[in-house]
Design a protein around this ligand. Structure first.
Ligand code: GLC
Ligand code: CA
Length: 538
């Protein structure tokens, strides 16, 4: 199955709707606010947006608990506002991908309320109910005692997120498990297709699928997931060939071979992403890695390792067989901020790698200015330790940061200490700011196909517990050589690339030198430095 052309040089921007821009002074971001910032997104060079869920919800999990799939949450606006947003984005050459919470609804969803009834009805089998109310009868996570209907319902994440039924590939207990092709189960499959159709017809460009690997349970689960997602992908290819399916799965070889176009490498699934960016040093408050002596490769202490990650990427690329793309994002709404424990200069080194890595990059809102995690916040809408990475976008240096006119106490979340704030307005003015550096990186990424989805990836200098990391992206006669030294120490790396003596420096930060002699090239990199070179071999 082919991928739409536009994915090849796509750079996504992830927006958390409640925290981006508030237009009506209620302290919560909304569609008119997001629409007013489309020119900003365009100025970054991003040509696609992923919006976190924006549908009707009791917000026990920040909107990942949907009560009505066909209606925009009133706090963000109306369905017309969403359509207008998509149209305005398209007018600027920006695609819009929505979040598809496919595996579970909110406990407040009318389907679930109907399903709880003793009397059989259309929704009785929309969810997975066990036989009887004894929880010990199954190892699946269930809730009992919730309804008069006898039986317990399976949950997907929080207690308030009952699992929709897509059937069991291999039924273990026929007393309550239904096979994937059961007519009642097929109703749910069609309902999800209907939801997709509703928004694709509105103009959206595809979906980021929440917990994509959770839809089928039991033995041979993966066999079932392949059937299910291939069905949706085939249907989309036929009817909406420009639309994409992006999975929250974090094992690209599995997700891409199950029919997805893109899969994130993040903090779960495979270990590479974490080893590169997310093993925070002790200087980061509440680091989950405190005391374990683990370090990210991207850390000034220089005690990390890039080899694990690079080998993982090579292995995954091999197994994906060019059928889709991986995504190595700057962050997302589910864990810390990449800024934690890093300076803005250090982030330039991180982003030089992220925006030249293979696949489809995603920029989490605020990361382009280095917004920090806000410590000490009370959990909001099921955020728990994710809450500090979901705070309002810092647009300017005024009291309310240009986010909203509401009283700060009514903001969706506080802005954080003044002393640690950054802003778009101040960085706009500085040509060397992280914001402007990120813009230049994205522009280079989008201009050259070798850096995009089709470009090959080859390590040039990647060694266990050694800095710098040097790699190549290549397509046809064009190559890019990328060198990054996130450590505070000066380091050297040697490699061989034909024509390197004619290389052109495209962008750099810190002090970094390229020395070429016959056959071999050496990069001499000061602490905290990075560079991208372009080589054309005629
Ligand atoms: C995904 C979302 C996360 C949510 C969970 C349950 O991991 O990214 O925010 O809480 O699924 O829907
Ligand atoms: Ca608002």
């Amino acid at each position: 199955m082919s991928n739409p052309e536009w994915l090849k040089n796509a750079v996504f921007y992830e927006i958390y709707p409640q925290s981006f821009c508030d237009s009506n002074g209620d302290g919560i971001g909304d569609f008119p606010g997001m629409t007013s910032k489309l020119d900003y997104v365009k100025s970054l060079g991003c040509n696609a947006i992923w919006l976190n869920p924006c549908f009707e919800s009791p917000f026990q999990d920040a909107g990942y608990d949907i009560s009505n799939y066909y209606k925009v949450a009133p706090r963000y606006g109306t369905n017309e506002d969403l359509k207008h947003y998509i149209d305005e984005a398209h007018a600027r050459g920006i695609r819009v991908v929505l979040d598809l919470v496919a595996g579970h609804t909110s406990i407040e969803c009318d389907w679930f309320k109907q399903s709880c009834k003793v009397e059989r009805n259309k929704y009785s089998d929309y969810y997975i109910w066990t036989k009887g109310w004894d929880r010990a009868s199954t190892n699946y996570r269930t809730i009992n005692g919730y309804s008069d209907r006898s039986g317990n319902f399976l949950i997907n994440f929080f207690y308030c997120q009952p699992e929709l039924t897509y059937g069991f590939y291999a039924v273990e207990d026929p007393e309550w498990q239904l096979p994937m092709d059961h007519p009642e189960v097929m109703k749910v499959r069609e309902e999800l297709r209907n939801i997709m159709k509703f928004y694709l017809d509105m103009g959206c460009d595809g979906f980021r699928v929440d917990m994509a690997a959770s839809l089928i349970r039991g033995e041979k689960q993966y066999e079932g997931l392949k059937i299910l997602w291939h069905d949706y992908r085939t249907w989309m290819n036929e009817n909406y060939p420009e639309a994409v399916l992006i999975s929250e799965w974090s094992i690209p070889e599995k997700s891409i071979n199950a029919g997805f176009n893109v899969d994130f490498l993040v903090h779960f699934g495979l270990p590479g992403y974490t080893s590169l960016f997310r093993q925070e040093p002790e200087r980061v408050p509440n680091s989950p890695y405190a005391g374990q002596g683990k370090r990210s490769f991207f850390d000034r202490d220089g005690k990390g390792d890039a080899e694990l990650f690079v080998n993982e990427v090579l292995d995954q690329l091999d197994k994906m067989q060019g059928k889709g793309y991986m995504s190595i994002p700057t962050g997302n709404h589910d864990f810390g901020r990449i800024r934690q424990g890093r300076t803005l200069e250090e982030l330039k080194v991180v982003y030089t790698a992220i925006f030249t890595f293979p696949g489809v990059p995603f920029l989490y809102y605020g990361d382009e200015i280095g917004m920090d995690y806000v410590y000490g916040l009370k959990s909001k809408e099921g955020g728990y330790n994710r809450t500090g990475a979901r705070t309002p976008m810092l647009w300017d240096d005024t009291e309310k940061a240009g986010f909203s006119t509401a009283d700060e106490k009514d903001f969706y979340l506080p802005l954080g200490e003044k002393s640690s704030r950054v802003s778009v307005a101040s960085q706009e003015k500085d040509p060397n700011s992280l914001l402007n550096f990120t813009r230049r990186l994205i522009a280079i990424r989008r201009k050259y196909a070798a850096l995009g989805g089709e470009g090959e990836f080859h390590p040039l200098f990647v060694r266990k517990n050694t800095y710098p990391m040097i790699f190549e992206r290549k397509l046809g006669n064009e190559r890019f050589v990328v060198a990054v030294n996130p450590s505070a120490q000066p380091v050297k790396g040697e490699f061989g690339v034909p024509g390197m003596e004619n290389a052109k420096l495209m962008i750099s930060c810190g002090k970094i030198n390229l020395i070429c002699s016959s056959g071999a090239s050496v990069i001499e990199a000061d602490g905290i430095s990075a560079a991208v070179y372009r080589v054309v071999n005629d």
